[in-house]
Design a protein around this ligand. Structure first.
Ligand code: TMP
Ligand code: ASP
Length: 258
């Protein structure tokens, strides 16, 4: 006679016996399974990379900071009716998220010209962009995350035309909410990158993170182009005081209610 062992195991023990499987390790986060297939666990790392991982380093405390900041901003966006993958954060550098199929796109919104936009177009750093610019990049490290045209998006079947239109609308709505919020923190949201995923019902959810790794953030109290930088450009460009800048952004964000 076969005995089903699980009939004799208390629920708590079953829980302990579940071994999370590492699903994916990225440059800044690791994704694990949980005992619920609809929920995943994201661990935020202190590892930092730039220029498609040609530059590597550690930003001490970054995992905790990016997790806490993403949680706060996802909650803010939820209050404004935007669906995100956030469930909760059981520890300082872990986030439980709804399992989604990540679209292989990086959606960048720019309010002020900086970074690759200046390098590729010759626009002067700091040029105001009205209306904000929305760009789609192919999330593909091997290809160096190239900028996509609308036709290339369709050619590669990376998203349907309806999904692309919805992503653009969501990105602009998120930009409006975040720009106003950061402004109250005394910070200018220069540009940022978003990632989205599809849940079981094919609903688009905002995923990944929103942090000084994925945004350009300028301190409004500083006019010096190097001193004002409060984001990963401090690491990319060896400006120093990286940890301090990340910490200062988090303090201002957490101090700002919504
Ligand atoms: P870019 O000017 O280098 O194209 O970056 C635009 C924004 O996107 C900036 O806020 C940094 C963010 N970003 C990422 O989060 N991940 C990336 O891989 C890249 C290239 C940019
Ligand atoms: N491109 C990312 C950044 O600079 C990191 C990387 O590609 O390694 O934010």
């Amino acid at each position: 006679m076969q005995i089903c062992l699980t009939h004799f195991l208390p629920f708590a023990m079953l829980h302990i016996m579940f071994t999370p499987q590492k699903l994916y390790e990225g440059k800044a986060k690791i994704l694990y399974t949980t005992d619920d297939p609809t929920i995943l666990l994201t661990v935020f790392k202190d590892d930092a990379t730039a220029f498609n991982a040609q530059k590597r380093g550690t930003i001490v405390g970054k995992g905790d900071i990016n997790c806490a900041m993403s949680q706060h901003l996802f909650r803010l966006l939820e209050t404004q009716g935007m669906a995100t993958h956030l469930i909760d954060c059981p520890t300082p550098n872990t986030m439980r998220v709804r399992a989604v199929k990540i679209l292989p796109l990086e959606v960048v919104v720019r309010n002020i010209a900086a970074g690759s936009l200046c390098q590729q177009t010759g626009l002067e750093l700091g040029t105001s962009l009205t209306p904000p610019l929305v760009e789609f990049y192919y999330k593909n490290d091997a290809l160096g995350d190239p900028l996509l045209t609308g036709d290339r998006l369709q050619l590669l079947h990376l998203a349907t035309p309806a999904q692309v239109a919805q992503l653009r609308t969501m990105a602009l709505q998120i930009n409006a909410v975040l720009s106003e919020f950061f402004d109250k923190c005394g910070i200018t949201l220069v540009d940022f990158k978003l990632e989205f995923g599809l849940d079981q019902q094919q609903t688009i959810l905002l995923a990944d993170e929103i942090s000084p790794d994925t945004c350009r953030l300028w301190n409004q109290a500083e006019s010096d182009p190097n001193l004002r930088v409060m984001d990963k450009d401090r690491f990319r460009r060896d400006l120093g005081q990286v940890e301090e800048a990340y910490q200062r952004v988090l303090e201002r964000v957490l101090a700002q209610d919504f």
